[in-house]
Design a protein. Structure first.
Length: 170
């Protein structure tokens, strides 16, 4: 059986229990920490400078999120730029577009500060209804939430008028 490379192949035990280090050819990308989010077990991806990259419900998804951030912010930043900034659709919501001009990739909602929390932005994957969306994470700024929404590889774009233009395979 063939093994396909995954970012989690680069995990090493961390310095503390419930922590893993993700590296790229001896360069520390960041850490994955296990804990609770809203009383539910979850994984937190943290960049090596200590900034939060996002949350995930599985270790594999947390690795994918941290690896995607690493590639986008370090290696791939000069290769491709996202042509669209967040598109504001209401006073508190923005649609996030990536490499498909017709298919949204994420949705960000601002939650104003209250007595227990500062203002924060929640990023979720795109789906037409709330039930189909998945949490990406909570962020202190719109810019950080926008950066957490990853683009699809061109081969994964399945429908829309831009499919052939982008060279996607069906």
């Amino acid at each position: 059986m063939a093994h396909h490379w995954r970012p989690s192949d680069n995990l090493e035990p961390g310095y503390q229990s419930s922590e893993w280090i993700l590296s790229d050819r001896a360069n520390r990308v960041g850490t994955i920490q296990f804990g609770n989010v809203r009383r539910r077990p979850a994984f937190r991806a943290v960049a090596r400078n200590g900034s939060l990259v996002g949350y995930a419900w599985t270790l594999e998804a947390a690795c994918d999120r941290l690896w995607g951030w690493w590639i986008r912010s370090k290696k791939g930043a000069q290769l491709s730029a996202w042509p669209w900034s967040p598109i504001q659709i209401s006073e508190f919501e923005w649609v996030i577009m990536r490499n498909s001009p017709t298919q949204p990739k994420g949705l960000v909602r601002r939650f104003d500060a209250d007595s227990q929390h500062p203002t924060f932005f929640r990023a979720v994957t795109w789906a037409p209804t709330s039930e189909g969306r998945q949490l990406i994470g909570y962020f202190p700024t719109l810019e950080a939430a926008d950066e957490a929404v990853l683009e699809d590889p061109y081969r994964d774009i399945r429908d829309g008028p831009d499919k052939d233009r982008l060279g996607a395979s069906g």
